[in-house]
Every structure is written in structure tokens, then in C-alpha cells.
Design a protein around this ligand. Structure first.
Ligand code: HEC
Ligand code: HEC
Ligand code: HEC
Length: 681
């Protein structure tokens, strides 16, 4: 009786409110919120929406049937309410690390807290702190130990610190999102080589005047940098592989830069390899080494159970440029997920490498690896990466760590190895002579009470996948894309290829997946996902909640320089094209072919599926989720099947008779302007 009374009362209130609204003299925002409130209540009570609301939704969506549309598809979305825009707990997460050449101090970049700290290695306590805004991440130190150089990923700068006073003495502007940095003493002066992950190039900086001398193109997302002892060469490992065509195997690039002539002198392709975040040189034996993931994205994902989708290894590139050999790190039943950093002992007999997903540091016998390399036939060298028997021969030890070991540093004598345990805010010390652990430097409490931190631990662990082969991060580094298309279907090779999607800026952009079938992140990452992709037990409800908290905390990617403060003239012209309702000739553009109708701000999505004529050779459907466009400049390739390698190609090669926005009137300059605008989102 009581519930029925409540319902009758609610219905009366709702109907009454609806009527009242029309007569009240409220401002637009208030009227809008009230009407939405009334509509929501009606929907909850199973009542029909009013004619006016129906008509409004029909006009705004261009659909006849609006039964699946709610006011919230278009209203009440504000960027400031997105989780990634809310304040959150910041952790002393250790990122880049470098040891002082005289042995006394360890410098650590704490990006999340905008600090660089110096740790006294004898007492294991923080001795000094410097505030360095803009997410300090990569470190390099001058051989004399007097200057420390820090890349600031969010500020697009590299900063010089005087180590005596521990204060900033210079700043240079570089490309977008710099990470790795190397120092080189050249006949022409001191140089820094900075890997700009966002702009796909490396800056060569004069380290004395802190000015940029040149930019050299690299592969996509250059990450690790290593300079030769004579300072003449810099080796840059790029993290993402590029697929020349949607059905061709990807390759990453190892770029060799002449630091004096400031240009690339050699580009090694790393076939079917990516996620190289570090690089080391063995000059005596004449090789450069970079950790890598061997990816087989073109084979059906159902092959996870056979260990065929991803494996880990080290690419050995001969310095004379003659060959690249990929050596495996996995052993049968002991996979090595997400290799992160690689350092060589100064004596050259051993290498140390972290498995960010497997929580282990692996110690490798380099002498044995080189022996094998010298003796094996060229054919055997090319097959090596597929041989899971091989690693057994040169893996000396697998030393367990806390969650997400990443960067490594060695003391100058090579006796102590420092391992950043990223998601526990600690640094593990290992004696390289005995391989015993020597305790830890604790930078904080580990942050286990923060759901976002816990979520990132789940996101980066391989413990949840079949035989611990990979983690979410293996395909979504930093929660972003790996730039590859995958065969998630399993009904034949190369069927229904799906482009990877970024998780950065994803909050509020439901529904998910290219087919728009998943209404929430919890469903997207839930049991079906576990079955298809991970081949193991699904996440618990609590884990799922934390995982979603982490994903929603990721802000959109940035593909525009932090040094630009306002829109350039080209970007402004592009914005006008994006929001145009008429062509420059004055001809009206139908509402459902205006860019902003489907890609409606502030998230630049209508949250609806549409057919814009983009069905491709392997597609099984015509209607796709309208993708949000936040950070779009950084997530190539494009379209559900990754057919378009660049934004331009969407309207050049894959123009769909003006179904996907009226664009046939645009000349080359107008298209360029439109793309410049898209890159600002
Ligand atoms: C497909 C997108 C879409 C949907 C769905 C939608 N609206 Fe709108 N609405 C708009 C746009 C676009 C405008 C005009 C710009 C603005 O004021 O935000 C608008 C304007 C309004 C306005 C202000 C103008 C006026 O008529 O006073 C109100 C009120 C409003 N909407 C209420 C609603 C309600 C209630 C619902 C749900 C029944 C709804 N809208 C559903 C897109 C939509
Ligand atoms: C093998 C590579 C791979 C792995 C591993 C992977 N993903 Fe993805 N992810 C993809 C691809 C490809 C898509 C696009 C698939 C689609 O739309 O159907 C995607 C889509 C998504 C989406 C939807 C994004 C959107 O805009 O609709 C979410 C959320 C997501 N992944 C989260 C995760 C999480 C969480 C994990 C770990 C539990 C994970 N992914 C592991 C490749 C991967
Ligand atoms: C009728 C709705 C609609 C209109 C109008 C529209 N789009 Fe799209 N847009 C979509 C859909 C749906 C997709 C996904 C298509 C696919 O993956 O095959 C898409 C894809 C895109 C992508 C690629 C996203 C990615 O992650 O791969 C970009 C960029 C884009 N649109 C920009 C624009 C611009 C600029 C305009 C105006 C010239 C425009 N769109 C007009 C619905 C629309």
C-alpha cells in the first residue's frame, strides 16, 4: 500500500512539475535541469516522455525512434566533473633514477609529486629535495657529477639542476612529452639527447646554454636514450611499432643519431617488436641491446592459450649495422611480461632487466648470450625469439620484487643494483656479487588505501593472464594505445580486425568498444573479457571497481605542445570548419553531417552508434560507436579497423561520399586546418 501511495504521489508531482515548468519564468540552465530531472523521473517510473521532449530528442539525434536515448546523452556532461579532472592523491612514485658518479648519492625523479630527490645511499634517507614542475621523469648526469638533467613530461622541457645547490639553473624547450635523456661530451661541446615521446623526434640540446640545436625524427614514441662513450653517437629506442598497412606486421625503430652533425645515421627496424623503453650499449663486443615485446597481433587472440600472442625478449643490434637478433626472455611456463629497463654491469658479463608485469628482475649471463650469438648460424639467430628452450641457458636468476619494478640504476662500481618498485613507492637494493637483496629505500607507504593506485596495480600485473604472459598495460602502455590492430575474433586469421582504443580520457564516453556494445567500464573489463582475452579467472568486484577508478583517472592524451597557450590561426580556422553549419559557399550542411552533431563537445561524442559508410574489408557490421575525440591526435591509426594511418587519410583515402561529415568541398588547406584543430582536443 505504502509503495503504491509513493508512486501515485511521485507521478502526480512529476506531471504537476511538467505543467508548472511551462508557466514558470526560469533561466535556460535552470529550466533545462528541471526538465531533465522530470524526464529522468518519468523514465524511472516507466511513464511516457512528453511530446515536447520527444520532439526535441528526435530533432537533436536525427532519429525517429528515441526510445534508447536519454537527456543525459547530451546534457549534464561537464569536463570539470570528470574523475581525471578531480584532485587525487599524489604518490612518491619512483620513475627515473641515476647514480652520482662519485658513488654517494642516488637521484630519483618523483613525477607524480613534481620533485627530484637525492638519496644518501649510506643512510638510505632522502637528503635533499628539489621542486621541478611538469612531471619530472627522465634523468641524466654529467660525468663530473656537477649537473643533473631532468625531462619534464608535461611541461615539454628539459631542466638542468646544479647538484651542489640542488637548484634549477637552466631550462630548454623540447618536443612533446619528453622522457628519456642522454648526456654526450662531444668535440663541439656538451650535448643532451632528449626522446620526445609525443612528437616522435629527439631534441639535440647544447647542455651549456640549454638551447635546442636540432630535432631528429625517430620512430613512434621514442623512449630510451643511450650515448656512446666517445659522445659521438646516441641510440634512441622507440616504444611503438608502426604497421605499414593494416595487414602487415609492425616494426619499431632503433635510431642512431650523430650528436655532432645532429642527424640520423642509421635506422634499425625491429620487426614485430615494440614497447622498448630502454637501451644499453656493449661497445667492446659491438652491440646495442633493447628490451622488447614480440607481438603477433595479426593472429587470432584465441591463440593466447598457446603462448602465441606476445612474448618478451631483447633485441641485439650489431653496431656495424649488419643485423638485429631477437633473443627470448620467456621460458616455457615462466613468461616475462612487460620488460621495462635494461642495464649492463660495467664489467660487461651480466645484464639486469625488469619485468614490470611479472614482478621480477632477471639476471642474464651476457657472456653466454654473446657466445651463442657468435656460434649460431644466421638462420638460428633469426629463429631464436621463438625458442623457449634458449633462455634457460643464460638466465642466471629471477629475483622477486614488489609490484611493478621499472627503472634500474647501478652504483658506479657495479656492486649495488637499485630497482624502482614503482607502484609500492620503494627502491629495492640488490648485491650484484651475491644476488642477495639488501633491503629497501622506502619513499612512502605504498598508497594501498588509494583505489586509483590499487587499480593501476591490477592494470599492470600479468598475474591475471594465462601463464602470466601479459597485462592490460602490454597493449595499453600508460593506459594509451600501442597503435596496433588485433584479431579479437578467432574465426579465421585476419577477420574483423579491431584497432586498439585509448583509455586516456575515457571517463563518461560510454558505450565502449567499437561496436558500442558495452554500456559501462565494469562490463567492458568484466567476465567476458577474462574469458576471451585473459583466459583466466575474472576480476573480483573490488578489483573491478579499482580498475575502473584507475582508468577514469587517466586524462586525455596530449598531441599539442605545452608551449602553445592559445589556438593558432590554422587551429582557429579548423575549429570553424568543425562547427560549420554551412559550406564556405553558403550551402547548408545537413545536421547529421556536421562534425559536431556526432562529435558533440565537451567529450566530442554523441554516445551513439552510426553508419558513416566506413565498413571495411574485414568488418562484420556497419554501425560503429561514435568515438570521442579527446586526445585524438595521439591515437593513430584510425577507424575501427585501423585502416586510416593518419587523420588526413580519413578524408582523403577513406572519404565516404560525405556520409562521415561533409568534407568534399574542402581543399588541401582546409583539411589541414581541420586536422590542426583536431590535434588540440
Ligand atoms: C542528442 C542530443 C540531445 C538530447 C538527447 C537532448 N538534448 Fe536538449 N539540447 C540539445 C542541444 C544541442 C541543445 C541546444 C544547445 C544547448 O542549449 O545546450 C539543447 C537544448 C535544450 C534545452 C534548452 C533550450 C530550450 O528548449 O529551452 C532544454 C531545456 C533541453 N535541451 C532539455 C532536454 C531534455 C529535457 C532532454 C531529455 C528529454 C534533452 N534536452 C535531450 C541536445 C540534446
Ligand atoms: C591484446 C591487446 C589488449 C590487451 C591485453 C587489453 N586490451 Fe583493451 N583493448 C584492446 C583493443 C584492440 C580494443 C578495441 C576492441 C573493441 O573495440 O572491440 C580494446 C578496448 C578496450 C576498452 C574500450 C575502450 C573504448 O573506448 O571503447 C577498454 C575499457 C579496455 N580495452 C580496457 C582494457 C583492460 C582493463 C585490460 C586488462 C584487463 C585490457 N584492455 C587489455 C586491446 C587490448
Ligand atoms: C553521423 C555521425 C558522424 C559525423 C557527422 C562525423 N562523424 Fe566522425 N565518426 C563517426 C563514427 C561512427 C566514427 C567511427 C567510424 C569507424 O570507426 O569506422 C567516426 C570516426 C571519426 C574519427 C576517427 C576516430 C578514431 O578514433 O579512429 C575522427 C577523427 C572523426 N570521426 C572526426 C570527424 C570530423 C572532423 C567530422 C566532420 C568532418 C566527423 N567526424 C563527422 C561519426 C560521425
Amino acid at each position: 500500500m505504502k509503495t503504491r501511495g509513493m508512486i501515485i504521489l511521485s507521478v502526480a508531482v512529476v506531471i504537476g512539475l511538467g505543467g508548472l515548468l511551462a508557466s514558470l519564468n526560469l533561466n535556460t540552465t535552470k529550466r533545462q535541469s528541471l526538465r531533465i530531472f522530470v524526464h529522468d523521473r518519468k523514465q524511472a517510473l516507466g511513464l511516457n516522455p512528453g511530446q515536447r521532449d520527444l520532439e526535441h530528442m528526435r530533432i537533436m539525434t536525427g532519429l525517429k525512434d528515441v526510445s534508447n536515448v536519454s537527456c543525459r546523452h547530451c546534457h549534464g556532461i561537464e569536463l570539470e566533473h570528470m574523475r581525471w579532472n578531480k584532485p587525487r592523491r599524489r604518490h612518491p612514485t619512483p620513475e627515473g633514477m641515476v647514480h652520482s658518479p662519485d658513488g654517494g648519492g642516488l637521484f630519483v625523479a618523483l613525477a607524480d609529486q613534481n620533485q627530484v630527490v637525492e638519496i644518501d645511499t649510506a643512510t638510505r634517507a632522502i637528503k635533499r629535495r628539489a621542486t621541478v614542475p611538469g612531471k619530472p621523469i627522465g634523468l641524466a648526469i654529467a660525468p663530473a657529477g656537477d649537473r643533473l638533467f631532468v625531462t619534464c613530461r608535461e611541461a615539454d622541457t628539459v631542466v638542468a639542476l646544479n647538484t651542489a645547490r640542488f637548484e634549477v639553473i637552466g631550462t630548454a624547450a623540447v618536443g612533446i612529452s619528453p622522457v628519456g635523456v642522454g648526456f654526450a661530451q662531444t668535440p663541439n661541446g656538451d650535448r643532451l639527447i632528449v626522446a620526445n615521446t609525443g612528437s616522435g623526434d629527439a631534441s639535440v640540446i647544447d647542455a651549456s646554454s640549454m638551447t635546442e640545436l636540432a630535432r631528429v625524427n625517430t620512430g613512434r614514441e621514442p623512449y630510451g636514450v643511450q650515448t656512446s662513450a666517445d659522445g659521438r653517437l646516441a641510440f634512441v629506442a622507440s616504444r611503438l611499432a608502426e604497421m605499414p598497412h593494416a595487414d602487415q606486421a609492425p616494426a619499431a625503430e632503433l635510431t642512431v643519431i650523430d650528436t655532432v652533425r645532429t642527424r640520423a645515421v642509421k635506422r634499425y627496424p625491429l620487426e614485430s617488436a615494440h614497447l622498448s623503453e630502454s637501451i644499453a650499449l656493449d661497445a667492446n663486443r659491438g652491440w646495442a641491446l633493447t628490451p622488447m615485446v614480440r607481438v603477433r597481433n595479426l593472429i587470432p587472440i584465441t591463440q593466447v592459450a598457446r603462448g602465441w600472442v606476445m612474448s618478451s625478449g631483447i633485441a641485439f643490434a650489431r653496431l656495424d649495422g649488419s643485423e638485429v637478433v631477437q633473443m627470448p626472455l620467456d621460458e616455457a611456463n615462466a613468461y616475462f611480461a612487460d620488460p621495462a629497463d635494461l642495464v649492463l654491469h660495467p664489467r660487461g658479463h651480466r645484464a639486469y632487466i625488469t619485468s614490470g608485469g611479472g614482478d621480477v628482475v632477471t639476471v642474464l649471463d651476457l657472456d653466454r648470450m654473446f657466445e651463442w650469438l657468435e656460434e649460431a648460424s644466421p638462420a638460428a639467430r633469426q629463429r631464436a625469439i621463438h625458442d623457449l628452450e634458449l633462455a634457460h641457458d643464460y638466465v642466471v636468476a629471477r629475483i622477486p620484487t614488489r609490484r611493478n619494478p621499472s627503472r634500474l640504476a647501478l652504483s658506479p662500481d657495479g656492486n649495488t643494483l637499485y630497482v624502482a618498485e614503482r607502484l609500492e613507492d620503494s627502491i629495492l637494493l640488490i648485491d650484484t656479487r651475491t644476488l642477495e637483496t639488501l633491503g629497501r629505500i622506502e619513499l612512502g607507504d605504498g598508497g594501498a588505501d588509494d583505489p586509483i593506485r590499487r587499480g593501476e596495480r591490477i592494470f599492470t600485473t600479468a598475474a591475471k593472464t594465462f601463464q602470466s604472459q601479459f597485462s592490460c598495460r602490454s597493449c595499453h602502455p600508460d593506459g594509451h594505445v600501442d597503435g596496433l590492430t588485433y584479431d579479437f575474433d578467432g574465426d579465421g586469421i585476419g577477420d574483423n580486425m579491431l584497432d586498439n582504443r585509448s583509455l586516456q580520457g575515457l571517463a563518461g564516453t560510454w558505450p565502449f568498444k567499437w561496436n558500442g556494445q558495452n554500456p559501462s567500464l565494469a562490463v567492458q573489463c568484466g567476465p567476458r573479457f577474462a574469458k576471451v582475452l585473459m583466459r583466466t579467472d575474472p576480476f573480483s568486484d573490488d578489483e573491478l571497481k579499482d580498475l575502473v577508478a584507475f582508468i577514469e583517472s587517466l586524462p586525455p592524451a596530449r598531441s599539442r605542445s605545452a608551449h602553445l597557450t592559445e589556438l593558432t590561426p590554422a587551429e582557429r580556422r579548423g575549429r570553424d570548419i568543425f562547427f560549420a553549419t554551412h559550406t564556405p559557399d553558403g550551402e547548408g550542411i545537413p545536421r547529421d553531417r556536421q562534425c559536431h552533431h556526432c562529435h558533440a563537445p565537451p567529450l566530442y561524442t554523441s554516445r551513439m552508434k552510426t553508419d558513416v559508410g566506413t565498413r571495411g574489408p574485414t568488418s562484420l557490421i556497419d554501425e560503429f560507436d561514435t568515438p570521442h575525440l579527446l586526445g585524438i591526435g595521439a591515437s593513430a591509426p584510425y577507424l575501427h579497423d585501423g585502416r586510416a594511418r593518419t587523420l588526413e587519410e580519413l578524408w582523403t583515402l577513406y572519404q565516404t561520399n560525405d556520409l562521415h561529415g561533409v568534407s568534399s568541398y574542402m581543399n588541401k588547406h582546409q583539411l589541414n586546418d581541420l586536422i590542426e584543430f583536431l590535434k588540440t582536443l
